[in-house]
Every structure is written in C-alpha cells, then in structure tokens.
Ligand binder design. Structure first.
Ligand code: ATP
Ligand code: MG
Length: 426
C-alpha cells in the first residue's frame, strides 16, 4: 500500500473523534439531545463502535499484507532457486555446521553426486581428505571476517568427484544470514581443461627452450670448429706461402723488374688473404672466447667494433674475476655482440657505453648508446630476431634482458644474471 494513503488512513480515528464531538455539541445546542449525560453516553458508544471496527479493519489489512509478503518471498525464492538450478557453474551452499543444503544441477554433473545423496552431508565429501581440515578452518574464518564474498584460495584448489578423482577448481565464496543462521555459498568452476592446456603449453615451452639451447650449442660448436680450421689450417698454409714468397724474393734475379713486381703483388695479396681469414674466423667465433674467456673477448670485440664503425666506445669492466662456464660466456658475448651490431645498423649513435659489473647478487652487463632509439612498445618487426634472440639466450642461462629505448634518446640493453644461475652448468 502506498505510504501516503496509509498515513491518511492512520489519521482517520482522530478526524472521526473530532467530527463526532462537533456533531454531538451541535445536537446538544439545537436541543435535539435532552441532556449532557445522554450526549456523553452516545459519544462513548460511538467511540467504542468506531474503535472496534478500526481495530478489526487494521487486523484484516495486516493479515492481507503478511500473506502478500509471504507470497512474494515464495516467488522470489522460487525464482532464485531457478536461477541457481539453471546456472552453468556448480553452486554449493552449506549451513553453519558446513552441511550441504544447496547442490545445483551443474554441481551434480561436475562432482558426479546425485543431489539427494549429498544434501545434509558434510562438505568434506567434495574435498580431498588432506585438505579437509584446512578448508573447514578457512570457511569458519571467512564467517568471522564478515566479508560478504571473496575468491577462495590464491590459486587453483583441489576438489573430489564421487569416483575419487581429484580435479582442479576455482571458487568464490559468499555468506549470508537467514533467520539467525549463517550460510556459505560457493560458486565453483571446474578448470581441469584450462589447467591441462596450461601444463601442455608450459611443457611445450620448456621443450622449445631445450631445443633452442641445443640448436644454439650445436651452432656454436660448428662455428668454433670452422673458425679453428680457418685459423689453424688455412692460416698456417697461408703463412707458409708467405714465407715461400719471401724466399723467392730473396733469390729473385736482380734485373727482372716484372718478376719482382709479380712477387710484390703476391705478397700483398697474401697479407690481405691472411687478414681476411683471421677476420672471418673471429667473426664466426673468437677463439679467445674458448682460450682466454669472456673479458679479453669483450675487449677485442669492442675495440674491433670501434675501429670498424668509428663509434666511440667506453668499456668498463668492474668485475674481471668471472668464473663462467663456456655456455654463459658465449651467451653474454653474443648478447653484447648483437647489441653492438644493432647500434651499428640502426642507432646512428656517436657513443656507446659497455659495462660489466656486479649489482648485489647479480652480474650485470649493459650496453647503452646515444642514438635515435625506438619505441620499445611497437610490435616486433617481421624477420627481426636479434632482440628476441637476446631474451632467449638470457633466459637459457637463467637471466633476463631489459631493453629500454625512447625515440631520440638512445637505447639501453641490460642483461642481469643472478649469481646462483652463474654457478649452474647449462
Ligand atoms: N640500438 C638501437 N637503436 C635504434 N633502434 C634499434 C636498436 N636496437 C634495435 N633497434 C630497433 O629494433 C628493431 C629490432 O631489432 P632486432 O635486433 O630484433 O632486429 P634487426 O636488427 O632489424 O634484425 P636481425 O637482428 O634479426 O638481423 C630494429 O629493426 C630497430 O628498428
Ligand atoms: Mg639486430
């Protein structure tokens, strides 16, 4: 009933009393009523009659309202029940003793229990034995917090099907108090398929990483073999040839200028060929990386880079005493090499800083330039694998690479390898 109408009806007894008083006074004055006593008698009778009918009317109204409220609540409960029943996700409600009082159709399908079998049963039937105590305590604690609803557990939880199979779930829990009793409702999601897909993806990523590591190692071995053969075999043969030319020059006829010119050209050609062989060999893989280690190789790489490109380079090696495995030394060397190649190819830089230092518990190798920079957010260019390879190599030795670049403000490539990762054999 409308509130204003109800207010008006509630004023009715007073209005009726005033009206009755006025009418009786008028009748008394007009002489229709013989005495005041008669008037008071009539008034008392009228009041009792009006009061009685008003009380009766109010009782009927309240009964009608209560019935209508009950009807509305039953309709709402039925509607709520239908929604719970039609929900795609399992919904399970337990009472304050953690006994199941609601178990919808989706719950029947996922848990494999018939509703009639679990209603009234402890929630434990849906939870693997080893988690039951913890779970019970969590639900009770949730009740004490007074929080209306929240996600259950930080990650995936385990549940139990009727056939004893465990499966992963995600769940949210809410609580409400109905007629003095506390109820907890969990909306559950069976995430078996998702967890399996995640596991498969993780396995495949690990396999890809192992494959990448094996491919890298094979490539490095191959490069190392070719570099050594170029250096040792071809280099030595060319040096012998150079000595032969020198022998010929010592014995050349004094008056044959054409012969002398030919020998000079042969000597120059041999010098160029020896230099080219050394360059190709070190570009493939500097043999000093295997023979002398990372620090001399970096010194050679940076000096060579500065000579070839004209970019001024500052190499700071704060940590020289690096006991690195061959694969760590190779990965770090290749990361610096690719960063320098990128500077030469893209940066238009005039200056580059290369730093090797220890920061807390990590070895840090940084290559900064003052070039044109690029937007690090832009998607990877097709067929560009350099930066991708940096990250891949870093993760293979247990490290990470951070690439920071702002257009117009240069680029910084920072490799960070924790000390414990350096100690591992890769
Ligand atoms: N130091 C740098 N300065 C400016 N731009 C850079 C720098 N390093 C990388 N870039 C930009 O990032 C892109 C991706 O670099 P990445 O090394 O992955 O590929 P790439 O050098 O083009 O090719 P690849 O290394 O496969 O031969 C480059 O094309 C370039 O636009
Ligand atoms: Mg590159």
């Amino acid at each position: 009933m409308d509130a204003s109408v109800r207010r008006r009806l509630d004023h009715r007894p007073y209005a009726a009393a005033v009206l009755l008083g006025l009418s009786l006074a008028a009748l008394l004055l007009a002489g229709v009523l013989p005495s005041l006593r008669m008037a008071l008698l009539l008034a008392a009778f009228a009041c009792a009659f009006t009061g009685g009918s008003l009380a009766l009317w109010r009782l009927r109204r309240e009964t009608r309202e209560r019935r209508s409220a009950d009807r509305e609540r039953r309709v709402a409960e039925a509607r709520f029940g239908n929604i719970v029943e039609a929900a795609m996700d399992p919904i399970v409600t337990v009472d304050d003793a953690q006994r199941i009082v609601v178990f919808n159709g989706a719950a029947e399908q996922v848990f494999g229990h018939a509703r009639t079998d679990v209603l009234g049963q402890p929630l434990d039937v849906l939870i693997p034995e080893r988690f039951r105590d913890v779970h019970r305590a969590h639900v009770a604690k949730f009740g004490e917090t007074g929080t209306t609803s929240r996600r259950m557990g930080a990650s995936v939880l385990r549940a139990l099907r009727s056939d004893g199979e465990e499966f992963p779930i995600e769940a949210s829990i809410s609580q409400h108090v109905d007629r003095g009793r506390r109820f907890y409702t969990a909306i559950v999601r069976d995430v078996t398929a998702r967890v399996e897909a995640e596991n498969a993806l993780r396995r495949s990523k690990e396999e890809m990483q192992q494959l990448g590591a094996a491919a890298n190692a094979t490539r490095e071995q191959e490069k190392s073999r070719i570099a050594r053969e170029l250096h040792d075999e071809l280099g030595q043969l060319l040096t012998m040839l150079q000595m032969d030319v020198a022998w010929c020059k010592d014995r050349q006829p004094a008056d044959d200028a054409a012969f002398a010119g030919k020998l000079d050209r042969m000597e120059a050609l041999l010098r160029t060929t020896i230099a080219a062989t050394r360059r190709i060999s070190s570009d493939l893989r500097p043999l000093m990386l295997d023979d002398l280690g990372l620090v001399p190789s970096l010194e050679w790489l940076v000096e060579n880079f500065a000579q070839r490109t004209g970019i001024v380079c500052d190499l700071t090696i704060a940590e020289r005493d690096l006991a690195l495995t061959k694969s760590h030394a190779t990965a770090i060397f290749r990361i610096v090499q690719e960063s320098l190649t990128n500077i030469a190819k893209h940066a238009k830089a005039t200056h580059a800083d290369i730093v090797v230092e220890c920061d807390g518990d990590a070895l840090v190798v940084r290559v900064d330039d003052d070039g044109v920079g690029f937007s690090a957010q832009s998607p990877r260019k097709p067929h560009s694998f350099g930066l991708f390879g940096l990250r891949e190599r870093a993760s293979l030795i247990g490290g990470t690479v951070a690439i920071t670049s702002v257009p117009g403000e240069g680029t910084s490539v920072e490799l960070r390898v924790p000390r414990e990762a350096l100690a591992e054999r890769v």
